[in-house]
Design a protein around this ligand. Sequence first.
Ligand SMILES: C[S@@+](CC[C@H](N)C(=O)[O-])C[C@H]1O[C@@H](n2cnc3c(N)ncnc32)[C@H](O)[C@@H]1O
Length: 266
Amino acid sequence: MNKFNFKVYKFIPKYIRNIIHKITAQSPINYVKHNNTILPAKHLRFCGTNFNDNDYFFSSACLEAKRLINHFDLDKSSRILDVGCGVGRLPIGILNQIGDINKYYGIDVSVRAIEWCQHFINRWHPTFQFEHIDIENQRYNPKGVSIDNKFSLPFNEREFDIIYLYSVFSHMTIEDIKLYLKEFRRLLEPSGKIFLTAFVEENVPNITINPKNYKMTWSGPLHCVRYNKKYFESILKNFNFKIDNFEYGNETNGQSAFYLSRSDKQ
Ligand SMILES: C[S@@+](CC[C@H](N)C(=O)[O-])C[C@H]1O[C@@H](n2cnc3c(N)ncnc32)[C@H](O)[C@@H]1O
């Protein structure tokens, strides 16, 4: 889909778009074959222009799987929740590095992304499941339902060993982040781990949306939500998450990486 079509497409009502997605989901315009692996077509990809390159997309997928293998002992027995899974970058990497695993669940507010994953991943790998959640995000799902303190995700207590969010909190409000963190404590095994990326800096206001002169030009709702590092860490601490490892600025568009575990292991 070119830029012009995409702009027009955004104005088509959601129910008609959903019908179009259903009809076109299987179409060759939605995938490319790369080294015998099916990847989402370029116009469906998230995370910036680097990812338009097939080699870059595929090797980044494998590196994400390796990251979880090295830091969190991801293996065939793992149960992982991928929040904001997009068009399946992490599961593509896991399938390449490990193969099928005990349980992988990808959730996302984008119908299109979830339908792609269901069609091109779940169909061949039933332990890789995907579910659309109709939650409001001004950038990715503006007409979704806003959440409050009754928010819960459709999973059982302690259902996961690993929760993963790549470039997701970087596009969410702090109110929503707090509701998600609360829910993660319910869903995560006491010995479980979380990986997430976020924009954090020292000596900046607690929260800035689309900061000017910061890394690149941001436009549109929630394109970049940047946090003061100490403030962001205090939020993680308030929800009883402890930072085991932090890597500054090496992730997409200069985000930082957080490796967390629970500080309350009951
Ligand atoms: C920049 S993309 C990253 C996609 C994927 N994690 C990756 O690394 O390729 C951000 C994703 O987060 C999803 N998202 C945004 N808000 C969300 C929310 N509240 N819950 C779940 N997913 C969300 C978007 O729909 C989008 O797929």
